[in-house]
Design a protein around this ligand. Sequence first.
Ligand SMILES: [Zn+2]
Length: 421
Amino acid sequence: MQVIAKTLLFLLALGLIFTSLEGQSFLLQPSLVFDGQDMHEGWAVLVEGRHIVAAGPAASINVPEGAETISLPGQTLMPGMIEAHSHLLLYPYNRADWNDQVLKESNELRVIRGAVHAEKNLMAGFTTVRELGTEGAGYADVAIKQAIEQGIIPGPRLIVSGRAIVATGSYGPKGFKPDFEVPLGAEPADGDAIIRVVRDQIGKGADFIKVYADYRWGPEGEAMPTFLQEELELMVKVARSSGRGVAAHASTAEGMRRAALAGVETIEHGDGGTAEVFKLMKEKGVALCPTLAAGDAIMRYRGWDGSPETEPERIKQKKQSFKLAMESGVKIIAGGDVGVFEHGENARELELMVAYGMKPLDVLRSVTNVNAEVFHLPERGSIRKGYLADLIAVEGNPLEDISALRKVQLVMKGGEFYKKP
Ligand SMILES: [Zn+2]
């Protein structure tokens, strides 16, 4: 008798486990579905457990018994957005100078801020975020990623780079007595030492390597290339043999050219890009992350009111090089350098991409499908059967008004609701 009771209990427990493993089913019924490629009317999306199990015309979907229907009238359902360029360990420079953040704040304080920033990114509809360096906070990005994965704090899926690599003498903070060892915003490495530093960063949790291919260290403080061609090539070779890519900060044409020739996967900023450099990037399969919002924010911190009449030269040039990039056909990913401006305001980059001349549909593709492809994320960036249920819904139609991307009504990551209408 006892044996039977135990068996029954066991079967009951097994049933419970199965139910929780399979998870709840949800049928999402918005007005529009952007699937990562195109906008569709009359579609529905079925989620079961962690994955999307069906997406298409509502009538074509077999809804299982017990599925919860969530209607989203007037809303657009789309893949969770992917932020291509973030610094969770930074916050706007008009609130605290970059130097002060790096030099005066403890890593403990910074990582607590970083945890709050992570949640803000997620709630802004960004279910994946690529982190481009902790700017002096060691491997805090690896720790935040672990905390999110272990369910300690809510946040997006992170792809992290750790400390980032700079050429000796090039990076800040600067301007101190020469024999004073100042904690830097990234890790210096040169020549053959690059091999050890790349491997060390990988060992400590870097998913990819971030390098500064140029920086403001010219004779007049202007941006100039940092690493030699062979140093960049060595870096890419070492990273690649571990299955990882390299992302290069570069704003000069020469820095961009060297990085592209070396085989980096993405070039960040690219302000000084010429038609020739963008053509080379396209040939080499290197994507451009334009970070329009960072440049815009910095000009505003310096007093620009945003009006076209007083538009700074730097903004005019950026618009020009962004136009050249679009004409060249180079792959453009969507990342704003969030952290320079407020976390959670990530959509600012997408608004500027449209303002600088990119078609809204291309911006939507960029922040979902294109980012996923460039970052090698096979189950993300599209609404398709078998993909992760990383989904968001926004009020209105972002093709008509890109600012709709700020009006996030629903956030789901891996089939779990973080915001439910
Ligand atoms: Zn950055």
